[in-house]
Design a protein around this ligand. Structure first.
Ligand SMILES: CN1CCN(c2cc(NC3CC3)nc(N)n2)CC1
Length: 155
C-alpha cells in the first residue's frame, strides 16, 4: 500500500503542553500538535520544524523523537506514517495563524473529547516520556476498528 510520511510536534513546558485548534483542512475542529507533510529533499526532522514554525511561529532548537504511528483507513490504500516529536527547547511564543489557534493545556486537562480518537491511547506514553510505536485502523474519521501500541526501549 502507499505510505504518506507526516509529522506531529508538541511544544512542552513542565506540567503543560501546547495544542492548536485546526482551523481548516484535515482534522479541522480538533485540537492537535503541529505538523504536516514532509517535502522532497527535506529530512523528517526539518519538515517537522518547518511545519511548527509555519503553523504557530515557534522555532524548535531541538526535537525529541516521541513515537511512530501508522494509520490505516478502511477502503483507502494510503497509510499515514506519522512521526511524533516533542520539544522543550524552543524560541518565540506561539501565535495564531490561518491554520492553527494555539493554546496551552495542563497535562491533566488535555481535551481528548475535541481531539482525534487515537490521542487518548498514546498521549499517556508521550506525557510519561516513553517512546512508543502504534497502529490504528479507522473506519471514517471517528471509529477505531483495530489498534496496537508498544513501548520502545532505547535501541
Ligand atoms: C499532519 N497531521 C498530523 C497529525 N495527524 C494526526 C492523525 C491522527 N489520527 C488519524 C486518524 C487521522 N491523530 C493525530 N493526533 N494526529 C494527521 C496528519
Amino acid at each position: 500500500a502507499m505510505k504518506k510520511v507526516l509529522t506531529l510536534v508538541f511544544v512542552r513546558e513542565p506540567g503543560r503542553i501546547l495544542l492548536g485548534m485546526k482551523k481548516r483542512g484535515f482534522g479541522q475542529g480538533r485540537w492537535n500538535g503541529f505538523g504536516g507533510k514532509v517535502e522532497k529533499g527535506e529530512s523528517i526532522t526539518d519538515g517537522a520544524k518547518r511545519e511548527l514554525l509555519e503553523e504557530c511561529g515557534v522555532t524548535a532548537k531541538s526535537l525529541n523523537e516521541v513515537g511512530l504511528i501508522n494509520f490505516e483507513f478502511v477502503g483507502d490504500p494510503v497509510i499515514l506514517e506519522v512521526h511524533v516529536f516533542d520539544t522543550w527547547d524552543y524560541m518565540n511564543s506561539p501565535v495564531e495563524t490561518e491554520e492553527m489557534r494555539p493554546q496551552w493545556y495542563g497535562e491533566k486537562e488535555v481535551p481528548f473529547g475535541e481531539m482525534w480518537p487515537d490521542d487518548e491511547y498514546w498521549f499517556p506514553h508521550m506525557l510519561n516520556g516513553k517512546k512508543f510505536e502504534a497502529y490504528y485502523k479507522f473506519e471514517g474519521m471517528d471509529k477505531i476498528l483495530d489498534s496496537w501500541i508498544k513501548e520502545k526501549t532505547e535501541q
